[in-house]
Design a protein. Structure first.
Length: 318
């Protein structure tokens, strides 16, 4: 994500803007994308907060130190045994809660290993509020972590399974959640390492998280705010989009269902998508091509007027 703040008006969400670019015309094909539409609707004045720093008030802070901007975390404990492991979550959960009407199809962040420290007992992943901060990421309940010392994956247990290569000083590890396919994936230095099913239910408040256990271990977290990712996230999203579109194309074209789809697309003003779906004789449902074009035009004019009213209201308040 790019931008200057973790609180963003929709048009300023640039690095998560790939979600809008690739999915704005897929709300009918993805079950919950209609709830996400408001995330990118500036005329509705919707603000969305993304994780932007590690939470000093929510970490095992007797063993961790966080720098002033909240993105570099260093282990300062003695690291004598696993009882002195420590994790820390981001300041905010990933927007993915239908109760708040904000759901993303995908979220991604990266961390740079600033220093592997004494033993390199480091972990990157996601956890909920139940994840446990006195453990490495993945050891506690509702937590998934990729560990650097052995390359193992930990899924809410202290018993890991072989997953990927080890990582050390200078490596960049990425972690993402694909909420459409319901899995967590990891990258190393821009290459995809692997994926694992998301612990159910998917609509938990998941947080980016890192963990450490021995002296001088240090991570710098990149939430995408004003920084590029090493991993080609745009290419990944393009692949997601092709997969979703292929799935949509394979669905039976039941006329009654497709009419509902067409009405929804008309409501949201997705004219290009409606035409791209190539629904036989769909224009006849609206009184012909000419009438359909008029309806799209009327809708555009209506929302243009609403935008101007909103702008005038803001000027009056000032």
């Amino acid at each position: 994500m790019h931008g200057d703040s973790s609180t963003l008006v929709a048009p300023k969400v640039e690095s998560m803007d790939f979600v809008r670019r690739e999915f704005e015309d897929l709300e009918t094909g993805i079950g919950y994308m209609d709830r996400n539409y408001a995330l990118f609707a500036p005329d509705q004045g919707v603000y969305v907060k993304f994780p932007s720093r590690m939470n000093r008030d929510d970490g095992c802070m007797q063993y961790l130190e966080v720098d002033a901007d909240g993105t570099t975390v260093t282990y300062i404990g003695r690291g004598r045994d696993d009882l002195e492991a420590a994790s820390i979550r981001a300041d905010l959960p990933i927007p993915n809660n239908p109760k708040t009407s904000v759901v993303l199809p995908l979220y991604y962040f990266e961390v740079t290993v600033v220093n592997r420290g004494r033993d390199g007992y480091m972990s990157v992943g996601v956890m909920t509020r139940s994840g446990g901060l006195d453990k490495l990421v993945g050891w506690g309940a509702e937590a998934i972590g990729y560990h650097g010392d052995d390359g193992n994956l930990f899924r809410a247990t202290g018993m890991g399974t072989p997953f990927g290569p080890l990582y050390t000083t200078g490596d960049i590890i990425g972690c993402g959640i694909d909420f459409i396919e319901r899995f967590v994936f990891f990258t190393k230095n821009g290459a995809l390492v692997g994926k694992t099913p998301l612990i159910s239910p998917a609509f938990l408040d998941w947080y980016p998280a890192v963990g450490m256990r021995t002296p001088r271990e240090s991570f710098r977290v990149n939430f995408g705010i004003g920084q590029e990712f090493v991993f080609d996230i745009d290419g990944y999203i393009a692949d997601m989009r092709r997969t979703v579109m292929a799935r949509i194309d394979s669905l039976p074209r039941d006329p009654s269902i497709m009419k509902i789809v067409a009405l929804k697309l008309l409501f949201w003003g997705n004219e290009d998508t409606l035409r791209a779906l190539q629904i036989p004789n769909y224009a006849e449902w609206f009184g012909g091509e000419k009438r359909l074009a008029e309806m799209f035009k009327q809708r555009a004019e209506k929302y243009s007027i609403m935008d101007q009213i909103d702008e005038d209201a803001v000027d009056i308040e000032k």
